[in-house]
Ligand binder design. Structure first.
Ligand code: GUN
Length: 272
C-alpha cells in the first residue's frame, strides 16, 4: 500500500469530561502512528441534522478511512441513525449492522470488530490459545459496543458463553462457573473475589471514577468493575484498571483504521 496514510476522524459532541479524555487519547495516538488524524469537537447544542451532515462529509472524504462518533451522545440526539449512517467500511467501532452482522455470522475477516472486545480477545487468546473449546466464558453486560460483540468473539473461538446482565439471577454463582470472566457493567468493584473461580482469566472492562478521600479532599481515582486486589488473589490472570483493556482499545482502533485503509486500496489487510 504505497504512500497512503491511514486517516481517522473522531467526533465528539458535548462536554462530558471522561469522553473528552478518551477522544483526545484516540486522536493523539492516531497522530503518533503517523495517521491523518482529525477531531471534530461539536457543542452540546448540536442538532441531529448538523451531526448527520458532518458524518456525510466524513463518509465522502477520501483521506479518511475510519470514522468514530464517541458515545454516549447528549440526550437530545439519537445515536442509532448517526451510527448507521457511517459507511460500513469506515465504521471502525464495528457498530454498523453490516459489521455487527458479519461478526454474528462468523465472518471475522470481512468486517470491522468493535475495538474493546477485539482488544480483550487478544488477552484471552494470549492466555488460552486460539481454541477455547471446553472453557466456560461469562460476559457481564449486553451492550452493542461491548457485551454482545465480546460474546460473539468468544463463541466464535468455541467457548461456552453466558451473557449475564442486570436481570440475571444468582450472578455471583454464574460468575464462579467462568474460566474466562469478562466484566463490563459500569459498577465500581462489583465483582468480588468469591465470584471468581480459582485460576480464572478475569478481564475488567469497567472504568469508574470514585471518590478517593485518602488522596486528599475532593480527589478521585479510577477503578474497574472488579475488586482488583482481592480478585487478583484468586484469578490466574487479571487485567488492571487503568492500564489493562483501555490501551488495548486504542491499539485496536488504530488496527481497524489500518485495516480499513488497506481494504480501500484493494490490498489484503494485515491481521492483528
Ligand atoms: N464510548 C466508550 N467507549 C467507546 C468506544 O469504543 N467507541 C465509541 N464510539 N464510544 C465509546
Amino acid at each position: 500500500m504505497a504512500n497512503i496514510a491511514p486517516g481517522l476522524a473522531v467526533v465528539i459532541v458535548g462536554n462530558d469530561p471522561a469522553s473528552h479524555a478518551y477522544v483526545s487519547s484516540k486522536s493523539k495516538m492516531a497522530k503518533e502512528c503517523g495517521f491523518t488524524s482529525v477531531q471534530h469537537t461539536l457543542p452540546e447544542e448540536t442538532t441531529q441534522e448538523e451531526l448527520a451532515a458532518l458524518v456525510q462529509t466524513l463518509n465522502v472524504d477520501e483521506t479518511l478511512h475510519g470514522i468514530l462518533v464517541q458515545l454516549p451522545l447528549p440526550k437530545h440526539l439519537n445515536s442509532e441513525p448517526i451510527i448507521q449512517s457511517i459507511l460500513p467500511g469506515k465504521d471502525v467501532d464495528g457498530l454498523h449492522v453490516v459489521n455487527a452482522g458479519k461478526l454474528a455470522t462468523g465472518d471475522l475477516d470481512g468486517g470491522l470488530v468493535s475495538c474493546t472486545p477485539a482488544g480483550a480477545m487478544i488477552f484471552v487468546k494470549r492466555t488460552h490459545g486460539e481454541d477455547l473449546s471446553g472453557l466456560n466464558a461469562v460476559v457481564i453486560g449486553r451492550s452493542n459496543l461491548f457485551g454482545k460483540p465480546m460474546a460473539q468473539l468468544l463463541l466464535n473461538a468455541n467457548a461456552t458463553v453466558t451473557i449475564a446482565h442486570s436481570r440475571t439471577k444468582n450472578l455471583a454463582e454464574v460468575c464462579r462457573n467462568a474460566d474466562i470472566l469478562v466484566a463490563a457493567v459500569g459498577r465500581p468493584e462489583m465483582v468480588k473475589a468469591d465470584w471468581v473461580k480459582l485460576g480464572a482469566t478475569v478481564i475488567d472492562v469497567g472504568i469508574n471514577r470514585i471518590a478517593a478521600p485518602e488522596r486528599g479532599e475532593g480527589k478521585t481515582r479510577l477503578v474497574g468493575d472488579v475488586a482488583f486486589d482481592e480478585a487478583a488473589k484468586v484469578a490466574g490472570v487479571i487485567t488492571p484498571v487503568p492500564g489493562g483493556v483501555g490501551p488495548m482499545t486504542i491499539a485496536m482502533l488504530m488496527a481497524n483504521t489500518v485495516i480499513a485503509a488497506y481494504r480501500k486500496a484493494n490490498c489484503p489487510p494485515p491481521k492483528f
